[in-house]
Design a protein around this ligand. Structure first.
Ligand SMILES: Cc1ncc(C[n+]2csc(CCOP(=O)(O)OP(=O)(O)O)c2C)c(N)n1
Length: 433
């Protein structure tokens, strides 16, 4: 199948069995490339069916898909004429590992930093309405990225706005490590309500067309359904803030995904489709170690073992030293914005679980939190990748520096990152995410 697919138009021509076969072939293809070149593996294996369904139901570049973070776009690239060039991933002057508007008109927005997709998609949808155009705009965001303040700010605005927009929440229960926090607790409640919220749009449309009684009847039914839903799913967060919630949907079932996406096309206003996927799907070793296979260097396909022996790096030296210091001083605490392993905090988290805080992909909050702790006399240590520290400039200045608070900020992945030669002007700052 993969030989036959060179553009999204080709995907649309395949029947469902052929699309299923295509999904398996794409997984093999990505595994071959990433095991040789390195790259983001687990997230891409998790969105194969979703990406096929999106390209079947929507028409790019007229319709716009904004991929949050953008590390999960290998499948999209394969389906939009970049199958061959994906072989140059992580090579000098090779294909970008993230969406790049310069690379293809089907990449409608550059991403890299987490939690931007709903804002950008809402902006595009509002621009569409101002221009009186009629295309669809979709944001695809992970449950990890949804913990970021910018995503929550955008949900707040989008829900209220009544703007036609689809948000696909790709819930695999993982950020890079296990996703934690209040949003993750909310999603686990929604996850257990399988099948309840399947919406019967065509029936609604038929009843609404009955003269005089049709529309009032639909409204009464909707009100009753909504109050039942409130009983079954306490605090129906997304509906309460103005979204139409569809799901949860099995994110590896192409037919079901296509059905839901087609429904969402007919709805007006903001819609959120909650899909459940497995990070690393189809490659058992990655399914069992999704954090290790989030982003990985070259590895052996049979065993999953890295091809290069890992030498001690900045993060590990930092992590070891921190554990040593923390043993002597119980005021030391560590804060991470969802990057426990990447920033060398794994040992600290194991040894001092009560002094370790993973606060979600929320760099601004990390520094605000650290300021409060420092004010009260504990010693917060905050390692963050250089690129992501940008998010917290205001907190560094307004909350920490002006009050002269002793927060220890450790800048990881600063400078040139050798393994990650991207063909953009931002090569040096985008480390291995
Ligand atoms: C501002 C910012 N902080 C940290 C990261 C590093 N990062 C990249 S992907 C990721 C986890 C994303 O999880 P999720 O959105 O659930 O997507 P998944 O990989 O699980 O599909 C993190 C923390 C980032 N890209 N941007």
């Amino acid at each position: 199948m993969i030989e036959r697919v060179n553009s999204a138009e080709d995907v649309k021509k395949l029947n469902i069995q052929e699309q299923k076969q295509l999904a398996e072939e794409i997984r093999k293809y990505i595994l071959e490339i990433v095991s040789k070149n390195g790259g983001h593996l687990a997230s891409n294996l998790g969105v194969v069916e979703l990406t096929i369904a999106l390209h079947t139901v929507f028409d790019l570049p007229k319709d716009k898909i904004v991929w949050d973070v953008g590390h999960q776009t290998y499948v999209h690239k394969i389906l939009t004429g970049r199958k061959e060039s994906l072989k140059t991933l992580r090579k000098l002057n090779g294909i970008a590992g993230f969406p790049k508007t310069k690379e293809s008109e089907t990449d409608c927005f550059n991403t890299g930093h987490s939690s931007t997709s709903i804002s950008a998609a809402l902006g595009m949808a509002r621009a569409r309405d101002i221009k009186k155009e009629n295309n669809h705009v979709i944001a695809v965001i992970g449950d990890g990225a949804l913990t970021g303040g910018m995503a929550l700010e955008a949900l707040n605005d989008a829900g209220w706005s009544k703007t036609r927009l689809t948000v696909i929440l790709n819930d695999n229960e993982m950020s890079i490590s296990k996703n934690i926090g209040g949003i993750s607790m909310l999603l686990s409640k929604l996850r257990t309500k399988k099948g309840y919220t399947k919406s019967n749009i065509s029936m609604k449309n038929k009843i609404a067309k009955i003269p005089i009684i049709g529309i009032p009847f639909v409204k009464i039914v909707q009100r009753v359904k909504r109050s039942i839903k409130q009983l079954v799913i306490p605090k129906m967060f997304f509906e309460d803030i103005g979204f139409r919630y569809l799901g949860p949907v099995d994110g590896h079932n192409i037919e079901e995904l296509e059905r839901m996406l087609t429904i969402s096309k007919q709805l007006d206003g903001p819609v959120l489709i909650h899909i459940l996927t497995k990070k690393g799907k189809g490659y058992k070793i990655a399914e069992e170690n999704p954090d290790k296979f989030h982003a990985i260097g070259p590895f052996d396909l049979e065993t999953g073992k890295s091809k290069k022996a890992k030498s001690k790096d900045y993060s590990e030296v930092f992590g070891d030293k921190l554990v040593e210091l923390a043993k002597k001083n119980d005021k030391i605490v560590a804060i991470t914005a969802s990057m426990k392993d990447g920033t060398g905090l794994t040992k600290f988290a194991k040894e001092f679980p009560n002094r370790f805080f993973d606060i979600g992909i929320a760099e601004q909050h990390a520094l605000g939190l650290a300021a409060g702790m420092a004010k009260e006399g504990v010693i917060p240590i905050v390692p963050i990748y250089s690129s992501f520290y940008q998010r917290a400039y205001d907190q560094i200045i307004h909350d920490i520096a002006i009050q002269n608070l002793p927060v220890v900020m450790c800048v990881d992945r600063a400078g040139v990152v050798g393994q990650d030669r991207r063909n953009t002007s931002r090569n040096f700052r985008y480390g291995i995410f």
